[in-house]
Design a protein around this ligand. Structure first.
Ligand code: BQF
Length: 293
């Protein structure tokens, strides 16, 4: 069993990005600039945003954090987005999800200029991705592709099973792995809450990608011997013995599943750090106008 070290891989890629930023600043004078909008005081969102801002500093990007209370109206938030769309100094920006209930996430996503949509959530980027055109890829699927690539995990011709059909992970990673591309060319099954015989599918998976948000949902009996397991779940579980009063757990029962795997990602330190690094890769692309010339 090979434990995938997402933290190390993320740091390796960050060092590469830092080198490229140096060269970019020398040749063009431009420093990549990411902005992030954080609404409300959800502790998980605050921690994700801190990770992103810290990562920007680490690679030499400029970053701007725009914080608003959860009393902000939808039209006020749309005004913030319009300003960022028009701000020539900002290469790309994200609106941290989830948003408060009174704000329509779809309306917010549609308001982002696709050229600055470094989260890759706008339907223009999603559609371009689905058709194999250059696009900002959503950060988590992009991070998973990088893991498969760097660990030289063969994808072509494999049976790949994805659990969860969210717009930001399950659906796009299914599309990406079934594309005629590398990594890609897999046979993909997308399983969800209405799937009849889930175990039948998971037991057949050479590559199992789990993005359900259900703590330790996948057990050893569901996994084929020698499978590659990619655990996207980031679940907070109360634990008084932990420093912060909680521990992170994945969607996979790691201790019993890991011995059966050829490769597995841990939580924490697996896909999570790669998600943040993928956002940096997209922001560098935005600064270089690589996606939309
Ligand atoms: C790690 C996210 C669900 C919903 C919205 C490193 C992150 C997490 C874990 C992180 C996530 C999850 C992010 C670890 C960003 C990944 O060491 O295991 C980094 O910051 N993430 C997000 O912005 O929004 C989410 C999960």
């Amino acid at each position: 069993m090979i434990l995938i070290d997402g933290k190390k891989l993320a740091n390796d890629i960050k060092s590469e990005i830092a080198e490229e930023v140096k060269a970019l600043v020398e040749t063009t004078g431009n420093t990549p600039h990411l902005a992030a909008v954080l609404v409300g005081d959800n502790p998980a969102s605050q921690s994700y945003i801190r990770n992103k801002v810290r990562s920007c500093e680490k690679v030499g990007f400029n970053s701007t954090l725009i914080e608003r209370p959860d009393t902000i109206t939808q039209s006020e938030l749309l005004e913030v987005i319009e300003k960022l769309n028009e701000d020539e100094d900002i290469d790309g920006f994200i609106v941290q999800l989830p948003l408060p209930k009174h704000i329509d996430e779809v309306a917010v996503t549609l308001a982002i200029d696709p050229k600055k949509d470094v989260d890759g959530f706008h339907p223009t980027n999603f559609g371009r991705m689905a058709q194999g055109l250059s696009a900002y890829l959503p950060a988590t699927p992009f991070g998973i592709l990088k893991i498969l690539e760097r660990y030289k995990i063969e994808v072509e011709g494999k049976e790949c099973v994805v659990l969860g059909r969210s717009n930001i992970v399950g659906s796009p990673i299914s599309i990406l792995l079934s594309r005629k591309a590398t990594p890609g060319n897999a046979t993909v099954s997308l399983c969800h809450s209405r799937t009849k015989d889930l175990k039948f599918h998971t037991q057949n998976a050479d590559i199992l990608i789990v993005a359900l948000g259900k703590t330790e949902f996948v057990t050893a009996d569901m996994v084929k011997e020698g499978a590659v397991v990619i655990d996207v779940g980031i679940n907070r579980v109360d634990d008084e013995t932990a420093k912060r009063g909680y521990r992170l757990r994945g969607d996979v029962k790691f201790d019993e599943v890991a011995p059966k795997c050829s490769y597995i990602t841990p939580v924490p330190g697996g896909v999570g750090p790669m998600t943040v690094t993928a956002l940096l890769m997209n922001t560098l692309k935005a600064c270089r106008n690589e996606i939309y010339k």
